[in-house]
Design a protein around this ligand. Structure first.
Ligand SMILES: Cc1ncc(COP(=O)(O)O)c(C=O)c1O
Length: 348
């Protein structure tokens, strides 16, 4: 792999106590091109804009997939990733669904670890800090015909982030728009899934909510996921979450929380969750918690929801599953808790 280091690091100009999510990037980026049916020699070089022909397929047909993961630094300056094998597998599942070539596992790990070693000063140790990592792949052939690209670019860029707090989250249960459908690309981290969600989400924001909680496209009777998070519901003392399908992203936080719930004797049911049972539970006062689960926030409590013309507010709760499970997850991610499932991956 070719490595060109920056002549002048930007790090001294960064105010690490005032970062807005995903706006600041580290000194280097990883890049690898796919030409004539083969991945070429990868390269790490100083972070900088890249240029494309206006006819590049990415601009017209959205052949683009991505991942989101985080690196953490512990008190001894060791650097850790959380289940990176899952992100590596998932970006290739997404790529295959968009008829893109899988990116080789060895190159993924070599590129990722070299980049993190080079930019390790950007990973802060203060509570809640981490480095958000964004691997992505785009179709780069110069041609406006509607067919798969014959050239691709795989990249990894990194952005320092602080503890993620998105304020109080209230959601609208979707009963008109859909994010994904059977046989579609909902399970893939494909750029278009997010673009398609922006307009309905803007409508929800205008009504005073922050996210749409998506339901199944055919009946709108089952609750699926929200924004960039899978969702969990606590009814009485049981946690409920939807099974994954071709409509839902197979979240790494979600699957880890299911395991942690089992490890800690929290009753959990992975099964279709009906809108009607959650509305009923909210009316009866047995809906104790709702939360989203994803890499950015780990767990984000949902304080209320709207369904058709009704609005519901969840009561304040002490001993919440959300805070218990979040503390466990963050403890494992940052090398403070025992990692009995071997989820941590040491970079250096
Ligand atoms: C649509 C969607 N659902 C769920 C998630 C949560 O997945 P993970 O826990 O792997 O970050 C994400 C974020 O990656 C997402 O984009």
């Amino acid at each position: 792999m070719k490595i060109t280091k920056t002549k002048q690091s930007k790090i001294d100009s960064i105010d690490f106590n005032n970062l807005s999510f995903g706006k600041v990037f580290t000194d280097h980026m990883f890049e690898c091109d796919y030409i004539d049916g083969e991945w070429q020699e990868p390269e790490i070089r100083p972070y900088q804009p890249i240029s494309f022909d206006p006819s590049s397929k990415i601009f017209h047909y959205g052949q683009a997939v991505f991942e989101g993961m985080k690196a953490y630094k512990d008190e001894n300056d060791a650097i850790w990733l959380f289940r990176p094998d899952q992100n590596q597998e998932r970006i290739n599942k997404s790529a295959i669904r968009l008829d893109m070539p899988p990116f080789p596992k060895e190159l993924f790990f070599e590129g990722l670890t070299e980049l993190l070693k080079l930019d390790s000063d950007w990973i802060q140790k203060t509570e809640g800090s981490s480095l958000y990592i964004r691997p992505f792949m785009i179709g780069t052939e110069d041609c406006v015909s509607a067919s798969p690209s014959n050239r691709y670019k795989f990249m990894i860029i990194c952005s320092p982030v602080q503890a993620y707090y998105s304020g109080e989250v209230r959601v609208v249960f979707a009963d008109e728009y859909s994010r994904s459908a059977n046989g579609g690309i909902g399970f893939a981290k494909a750029a278009g899934n997010y673009a398609g969600a922006f307009y309905p989400t803007s409508l929800a924001i205008k009504k005073g909510y922050q996210q749409v909680l998506w339901t199944d496209a055919s009946t709108h009777e089952f609750l699926e996921e929200a924004g960039t998070m899978n969702v969990f519901f606590r009814v009485n003392d049981t946690l409920l979450t939807a099974p994954t399908s071709d409509r839902i992203l197979d979240g790494i936080t979600r699957k880890s929380l299911i395991q942690l719930a089992k490890d800690n004797n929290i009753p959990i049911e992975v099964r279709p969750v009906r809108v009607s049972e959650i509305v009923q539970a909210a009316k009866e006062g047995t809906l104790k918690e709702m939360f989203g689960a994803g890499t950015a926030a780990v767990i984000n409590p949902i304080k209320g929801f709207a369904h058709q013309d009704e609005e519901f507010e969840l009561p304040e709760i002490s001993n919440s599953y959300a805070s218990f499970l979040k503390a466990k997850m963050v403890g494992i991610q940052t090398n403070k808790e025992e990692d009995k499932h071997g989820w941590r991956y040491r970079v250096k």
